[in-house]
Design a protein around this ligand. Sequence first.
Ligand code: FPP
Length: 239
Amino acid sequence: MSDPVSTGPRHVAIIMDGNGRWATQRGRPRLFGHRAGARRVREVVESCPDVGVEYLTIFAFSTENWRRTQVEVAGLMSLFRMYISREARALDQFGVRVRFIGDRVRLDAKLVTLMDDLEKLTCNNTAVHLTIALNYGSRDEVARATKRLARDVAAGNLDPDDVNEETLPKYLDTCVLPDPDLVIRTSGEARISNFLLWQSAYAEYEFIDTLWPDFTKEEFAQLCASYGGRDRRFGGVKT
Ligand code: FPP
């Protein structure tokens, strides 16, 4: 298979890292950084059509983030509730379709209701497909997917011989999304941190030093433009 790319990425996934350090540099509590980080999201989402990005997936809270202090976790959950309530209208008016991935079981009922309502409100929008990963971890996602798949096999709805690279992703949280073309991680860390492991098998990666609250639509456009110059071969050779 050969697929030289001369255009920008269709699906970009972002690990928004560095909020805590950004706040510490200013002598402020970590939640100050998370609030500043939340304010950056809208600009990047709204710039997607300008750079040809149809799908944007952002890592808001991982299955590992519960290990943070109770104050930080509670502050983040309250920020997510506030963000959804305050941004719903603007996202909808801009034509953003919002989806959430991750395990909702551990999230509080009020937050889950807000998430469901925002998904319903925006379900006919097509300008940008924004997916917010909340209580998401790839390994957890694969484990949950495998459980559902095993139940289908046990119920006689799926033949084990039909389990392959096409059928398995249908059980993932991302089943309706294309695979990411470009994964960006801010803040200088070169790690994937359990984010979209299956889906990013052939993605390009950009690890940049900017802390998430300083990330701009200009930097986003630059990264998308430099992706356009790459040659993705998906394991094949140039023809
Ligand atoms: C990582 O920075 C960031 C998070 C764990 C939270 C991400 C959340 C936001 C950007 C804000 C809310 C987003 C939405 C969609 C409302 P860090 O705390 O690990 O930073 P550090 O590595 O500098 O400590």
